[in-house]
Design a protein. Structure first.
Length: 93
């Protein structure tokens, strides 16, 4: 049961990290103005544009990609091991 919970948690964290990593550079002012009408400097967005990363954070793409893939792979390995070891939800180990 413990492997299954840890595996699911790591897989979800890895997928979220991959979805929210800074990808395409957007430059300066498209729609990113504050209340005073001043342009905010934005360097990258997440995959779906949910997060506007500050300037200079686009360098985090590669580290977040590596860590996200490692978390997903580790989570899947733990899920497969939990299934092969015969751990069912009703048995405690």
């Amino acid at each position: 049961m413990r492997r299954r919970v840890i595996g699911v948690t790591l897989t979800i964290l890895g997928v979220l990290m991959l979805l929210f990593e800074p990808v395409g550079a957007t430059g300066y002012c498209a729609d990113f103005t504050d209340r005073a009408g001043v342009c905010r400097k934005v360097s990258a967005n997440s995959w779906w544009g949910l997060i506007n990363w500050p300037a200079g954070w686009d360098a985090l793409f590669l580290p977040m990609l590596i860590i996200g893939v490692a978390l997903v792979v580790t989570g899947i390995v733990l899920l497969v091991k939990a299934r092969r070891s015969g751990c069912s939800p009703g048995t405690a180990r």
